[in-house]
Design a protein around this ligand. Structure first.
Ligand code: PBG
Length: 321
């Protein structure tokens, strides 16, 4: 008790503060999301995500080289296919936009970990994350397509498959399909706890995946629910997930903390497009110090319990670290 205890002693100089700091950010924590388009020589700035671009494979590989040089050894890929249809066929084409991108990356930078997002919303004409039956996504029919997509992505060289569609049984179905093809070593990073969030807005502009009718609330989680997050995570653990993910991050730090406390799997947090866009917008208008807010936000996500940070700030942070 005061005056014997003076907590300010632990903050008295930057050397002491460095010594007692509990949480540190490292380039090893970072995963950079990247958007891939068909063609060559394409670099389209994404207006809702300042600093982010849609890249064709050639420039994507260049970007990966730069990330690697900064110490980032993992990327997660999202694709904009040439054509969309009702069932998202382009998602599992062996010459699909992501499949070609993975082959190119692995060819030039074999020691970069490639995570492939596994979902249909970028590939379906209606923008939903699966097969539509009676105006809703049919869970079990969608699983069949997810299996094909996963196998195709791993065959192209993906190291980690990240199912993001919130279909029940997806992890089990994908694990079985991968094992049957001899891909026992491919990891599954499950978007176990993914909320139906308005923070995805800028991403949907970036990949043109806004649903043409309705919303995603019959498959993504209700932001009001925390206990249900534990049930979602438990299911995915039982089904064989290697890594769990919570998404979004900043508005869900309580969820990150409770998943960390309840499960021993590595935990990823996806700091989504809206989180990035808000910081960028306020910073551009001189309302906040963007660099400091970036650092503090990502630190808080790690402090809450995330081991892996998926963030559009990956490159910027790595440059600073
Ligand atoms: C695909 C997917 C989405 C995001 C990642 N994977 C969009 C969605 O669910 O609507 C969002 C990422 C972001 O906002 O940065 N289902």
């Amino acid at each position: 008790m005061y005056p014997q205890t003076r907590l300010r002693r632990l903050r008295s100089s930057s050397l002491i503060r460095d010594m007692v700091r509990e949480t540190c950010l490292s380039v090893n924590d970072l995963v950079a999301p990247l958007f891939v388009v068909p063609g060559g020589g394409i670099s389209n700035p994404i207006s809702s995500l300042p600093g982010q671009k849609q890249l064709s494979t050639d420039l994507l590989v260049e970007e990966c080289f730069q990330l690697k040089k900064l110490g980032i050894s993992s990327v997660i890929l999202f694709g904009l296919p040439e054509a969309k249809d009702e069932i998202g066929s382009a998602a599992s084409a062996d010459d699909g936009v992501i499949q070609q991108a993975i082959v190119a990356i692995k060819n030039d930078i074999p020691d970069l970990t490639v995570i492939a997002d596994l979902c249909f919303c970028e590939y379906t004409s209606h923008g939903h994350c699966g097969v539509i039956v009676d105006a809703d996504v049919d869970n079990d029919q969608t699983l069949v397509h997810l299996e094909k997509q996963a196998v195709s992505l791993v065959r192209s060289g993906a190291d980690i498959i990240a199912p993001s569609g919130m279909m029940d049984g997806a992890v089990e179905a994908i694990r079985r399909a991968l094992d049957e093809e001899g891909f026992q070593n491919a990891l599954i990073m499950s978007y176990a706890v993914k909320y139906a969030s308005a923070f995805y807005g800028p991403f949907r502009d970036a990949v043109e995946s806004s649903p043409s009718f309705g919303d995603r609330r019959s498959y993504q989680m209700d932001p009001a629910n925390a206990r249900e997050a534990l049930r979602e995570a438990e299911q995915d653990v039982l089904e064989g997930a290697d890594i769990l993910m919570v998404k979004p991050a900043l508005a869900y730090l309580d969820i990150i903390k409770s998943i960390r406390e309840s499960f021993d799997l590595p935990l990823a947090a996806y700091s989504v497009s809206g989180e990035y866009a808000m910081i960028k917008a306020a910073s551009e208008r001189g309302m906040i110090d963007g660099q400091q807010v970036m650092y503090e936000s990502l630190l808080s996500i790690k402090r809450a319990g995330a081991d892996i940070l998926i963030t559009y700030f990956a490159k910027e942070l790595a440059e600073r670290l």
